[in-house]
Design a protein around this ligand. Sequence first.
Ligand SMILES: NC(=O)c1ccc[n+]([C@@H]2O[C@H](COP(=O)([O-])OP(=O)(O)OC[C@H]3O[C@@H](n4cnc5c(N)ncnc54)[C@H](OP(=O)(O)O)[C@@H]3O)[C@@H](O)[C@H]2O)c1
Length: 263
Amino acid sequence: MSDASTAAPADRTSSELDGRVALVTGGSRGIGKAICLALSARGAAIAVNYASNESAAREVCEQIAAAGGKAIAVGFDVSDPEAVDAGVKQVVAELGGLHILVNNAGISIDALLMRAKDEDWQRTVDVNLKGAFACSRACARHLLKARTAGRIINVSSVVGEQGNAGQAMYAASKAGLIGLTKSLAREFAGRGVTVNAVTPGFIETDMTDAALQGDARTALADSIPLKRIGRPEEVAACVAFLAEDGAAYVTGNVLRVNGGLYI
Ligand SMILES: NC(=O)c1ccc[n+]([C@@H]2O[C@H](COP(=O)([O-])OP(=O)(O)OC[C@H]3O[C@@H](n4cnc5c(N)ncnc54)[C@H](OP(=O)(O)O)[C@@H]3O)[C@@H](O)[C@H]2O)c1
């Protein structure tokens, strides 16, 4: 069995999370990858979850190891509760505990309501909402044991707060995630465990790649008060803040990372 306290990235930004273990769902790419790197740079040992892209998850682990940190890749579909339970057991067995859960894995299937299919609704809700529910439940015992170091951080979306035409399924799942966040914040508060959400706006990743090309990109950037698309690292910095001891009195919160798109 490995010891999380040996994690000590050479390029660390702080030692705030020394000895802590973080599971980041969807850590293989985009925002999740940036979160893995940010938490590792603060000293946490990282379980990098992925759905199918094992090589990308292993690359994240190698990047963390090259910086002197510790990470393992753990493949499971967050929408499959049995697979989630097995994955969480693996994380605890290999990294020696679990203090921080970041429910980041998500998909976006866009369609106007009249063209939306039942199976697309089901898959969106299964991954984005049931996934966070299943992961939170599987991790709960370990997070409660971590007491004031325990954290759940859910990656919702600006779309869950303000809605978006053509994204009803995605928006509903992300709004549901905010309800889950607030309820679990109340449920876990007695043990000092905090539960918060971040709501990114438009962030440069594979998910938004198609929408962020050419004139559409310029128009989109113009509609954002800070006049630019966000970077995964900017979301990761907010997640890292919520994971640190300095945020121990912040719970049930929704932290907007959207360049002022929704205020
Ligand atoms: N990009 C944005 O502008 C934006 C804005 C607001 C909110 N968000 C939210 O931020 C989160 C990350 O988005 P992103 O833009 O970084 O997405 P992305 O680049 O498409 O990456 C998605 C990640 O989720 C994983 N994943 C997908 N389905 C999964 C499943 N069923 N089980 C486990 N992992 C799964 C993927 O794993 P594989 O690599 O194995 O496929 C990948 O690591 C999502 O929840 C998204 O809704 C994004």
